[in-house]
Ligand binder design. Structure first.
Ligand SMILES: [Cu+2]
Length: 287
């Protein structure tokens, strides 16, 4: 990691300490205030109402589920115009989406992904973050660099037991020298290994929300979004329980996640299932 990036992360970390990701409890709804912060300084701004449509319901991202033990799909990386609220900037995206499909697999499944690199001048590849899978051959091999215009067929066998458990993971490029701009441009997506409800039966049938947090610098400011939305609203009835799977799938920002006045119970962190739910009121997230 270069020194500038490290310093920026430190400053962001200090700037965000105790300030980011606050949610306001409105009558009948929880508003997740995806914050906008000023990068590289201790100034924090949550006044994004003018540029966004607060109150828009949280969008559920597209999802692809494995069938008969296999999840077969194509991810194509390309440049494109990225729109976030009123912001617009050049992005790098999978399948033209800032929030590409969430891949949902089961233990023992096989991921078969045709990866097309249509970025004009950068190599890229796929890394399956947090997964206990083989780093060799055409599996989760970060030494594979797919050149511009090239394609690669990944096959990732997910262990049925032992070292791999259920949980929330993510995929992103891991090609040396271009990782940060590619992730910040939009190249990252969610990966769910099913089975959490077998560890915690209380989750069976509970409404699930997927929250993918991304951030991008725009004109010196850090634009933070959830599922590609700024200030989305999650509806929840009084007394209702919801299962939220929250992933920070950005590159360099540290942020605090809290629901003002509401406790929640953590059942897993970083793809590791806890032995029992832990009641907390806030937590820190790195990418
Ligand atoms: Cu990673």
């Amino acid at each position: 990691m270069d020194r500038n990036l490290l310093n920026r992360q430190r400053r962001n970390f200090l700037a965000l300490l105790g300030r980011t990701g606050k949610a306001a409890l409105l009558p009948g709804v929880l508003q997740i205030a995806a914050a906008e912060v000023v990068a590289g300084s201790a100034i924090f701004s949550s006044s994004v109402e003018a540029q966004t449509r607060p109150g828009d319901p949280l969008i559920e991202p597209p999802q692809i589920r494995s069938k008969n033990g296999t999840l077969e799909t194509t991810l194509t990386a390309a440049k494109g115009e990225l729109r976030l609220g009123s912001f617009s900037f050049p992005g790098r995206m999978y399948n033209g989406e800032y929030i590409p499909p969430v891949l949902r697999v089961r233990l023992g499944d096989t991921l078969k992904i045709r990866f097309n690199n249509r970025l004009p001048d950068e190599p890229s590849n796929l890394h399956f973050h947090g997964m206990s899978v083989s780093p060799r051959g055409n599996s989760d091999n970060v030494f594979v660099h797919v050149p511009p215009g090239g394609s690669f067929d990944y096959q990732v066998n997910i262990p049925a037991n032992d070292r791999q458990g259920p949980g929330m993971f993510w995929y992103h490029p891991h090609a040396h020298g271009v990782v940060t701009p590619q992730i910040l441009g939009g190249m990252s997506g969610g990966l769910v290994v099913e089975g959490m409800d077998e560890r915690f039966p209380v989750l069976k049938g509970m409404p699930e929300r997927l929250l993918f947090i991304k951030h991008v610098e725009h004109e010196g400011r850090e634009v933070v979004s959830i599922n590609g939305q700024i200030n989305p609203v999650v509806s929840i009835r009084a007394g209702e329980l919801q299962y939220w799977r929250i992933a920070h799938i950005g590159a360099t920002l540290f942020m605090k996640f809290a629901l003002d006045g509401l406790p929640f119970y953590v059942v897993a962190t970083d793809g590791h299932v806890l032995s029992r739910p832990r009641r907390i009121t806030e937590f820190f997230m790195g990418p």
